[in-house]
Every structure is written in C-alpha cells, then in structure tokens.
Design a binder for this molecule. Structure first.
Ligand code: PAF
Length: 283
C-alpha cells in the first residue's frame, strides 16, 4: 500500500488510475481505525478497483474544550491494518497541507438547517468543519465514489446535501453501523470509557431498539417515548444530550403520515459522547 502526505501525491496517483480506466473509491477517516472503518474499505472494493483511505484529524470540526489534542493518533497501526485489507493508498496530510492559511481565514462550506439541529445544536460549527474538510478531501482525491458509516446519520445527510447542492461529481454510499457483540456501535472514542462505563454503554442501543419495538407495536406518542428513554438512560448514568424520533428522509419531526423513521440518540457516559441511531420503516 502506498502512503502519501501531499495533495500533489494523491492527485497524481488517482489521475493515473483514472487514465488506466480504473474506478476509485474513497473512505475518509480520522484514524484510530476499528472494524467499522475496515468494513468501509471492504465495501469500497465492491464499488471500485482502487480504494484511497484518508487519515486526518480535522481541527475545524472540534469545538473549544473538545478532544482534538487528545484524539488517539495511531498512524502506524492504522497503516498496517489498511495494508492487511489491501487498501490501495493511504492519504495522511499534515494540518499545514490541508489548511495552508490560518484556520480562521479558511473558506468554509455550510449546509444550513440540517447542520444546526441535534448534534449540530450541541456542537456549534461541527458540521461546517465536517462539510469543509470533506469537500476539500473530495477536491484533493477526486474519487468516483465515497463511503461513510450510517452511525453518523446526520453527518451522512449533511454530506449528501452538500454533494447535491454543490453538484460535486462523487457518488455517496452509506454503510451499516458495525457493532460490538453486545450492540455497542463501534467508535474511535469507545476507548475513552472505563470498564464500568463500557459495561453500561450498550444500553443506548438497547433503548433505541426498545423504542422502535414500541413504535412497531403501535405506540405513537413520540414525546412520551423520548421522555421515557431519556429517563431510563439518565437513571443508568448517561448524561443524555438528545433522544429523538425523526423522519428518516430529512430529520424533521414526524407527522401522522410518517412511515420512515430514524431514532437518534447522543449521550455522554463519563468522558465520551456516544451517538447511535436506528432507521426503520413501518411499511
Ligand atoms: O466521520 C469522521 O470520521 C469524520 O467526521 C470525517 C468524515 C472523516 C471528516 O473529518
């Protein structure tokens, strides 16, 4: 597997593959790779002959007081895991390569509305940071297709809207959340938990499933379902940011006609902020 750090390096290689008639898939990550990321690499090979993975801990998407400085940086280990998965190229730019000008003066990409609710409400500026870096990465790598995990449901929606609004020539593919055997969604931040927190963590997913089951059995008092789940999680020691039943297509509140739902939750358990969701249809 090749490893490059410069925009010129990744462009040159991808241009060569395109000249050779090969399709190129792209998996953007912030590193500290787990099986969820590696499943994206495997899925990428079902869409293209070559797979580029980026590892870049993006300062622009971290708020003040968040974990940018302590975010786990495990480049050598990640590189070995990607090579074992036959990834074609690792693009690992330095902050200066991604943002040569002061970050405060950086041109930004904003997807209004969707970026300001749920995770966007508790992490102001987060999705501007995500949209900006993903747009830049697309321009740098120039992939045919890019793959993202559905665990970050809102992020995936922000990226789909950005690609559509800016007419970016990249196909976006969402891939199912990869879970531990007890249901906990895999995340690079799960390692922040103590053993006791780790034991409690699967309750977040269990509560999403319980709420879905109640809806499948006919319960339609969404506010009551949200309040119940929030209460149960709070009693278990979670600091719940939101537990919200939304329309799957645009994250707006459901109405009487809604058939396609997503239940999204974010909660702090000790240090890490866990997020998870379940999307389902009542049809
Ligand atoms: O999901 C992530 O890991 C990041 O938000 C992404 C998409 C790589 C952008 O930095």
């Amino acid at each position: 597997m090749k490893r490059v750090q410069t925009v010129a390096g990744v462009r040159e290689q991808v241009a060569k593959w395109h000249r050779d008639g090969l399709r190129v898939a792209f998996v953007p990550t912030m590193g500290n790779l787990h099986d969820g990321h590696l499943a994206l690499v495997d899925a990428a090979f079902r869409h293209a002959e070559r797979v580029v993975v980026s590892i870049f801990v993006n300062p622009l998407q971290f708020g003040q007081g968040e974990d940018f400085d302590s975010y786990p940086r495990t480049l050598e280990e990640d590189s070995r895991a990607l090579a074992a998965r036959d990834a074609s190229l690792l693009f690992a730019p330095a902050v200066e390569e991604m943002y040569p000008r002061p970050q405060s003066l950086q041109t930004r990409v904003e997807v209004p509305g969707i970026s300001d609710i749920l995770c966007g409400a508790s992490r102001p500026g987060h999705f501007v940071g995500v949209a900006t870096v993903v747009c830049k990465l697309f321009n740098m790598v120039q992939p045919d297709v890019a793959l993202f995990g559905e665990k970050d449901y809102q992020q995936l929606m922000v990226i789909r809207l950005m690609v559509s609004d800016l007419a970016l020539p990249v196909e976006i593919v969402g891939c199912p959340t990869v879970r531990e055997s007890d249901g906990l969604a895999m995340s690079s931040r799960n390692g922040y938990m103590t053993a006791n927190e780790r034991r409690k963590a699967p309750q977040l997913h269990a509560m999403l499933e319980e709420t879905r089951t109640a809806m499948q059995q006919g319960e339609r008092d969404y506010a009551a379902l949200e309040a119940r789940a929030t209460g149960v999680l709070a009693s278990a020691g979670f600091n719940v940011d939101y537990f919200s039943i939304r329309q799957a297509r645009d994250l707006s509140p459901p109405d009487d006609e809604t058939r396609d739902f997503v239940i999204l939750a974010a909660a702090k358990l000790g240090t890490p902020r866990l997020i998870d969701n379940i999307a389902f249809s009542l049809d």
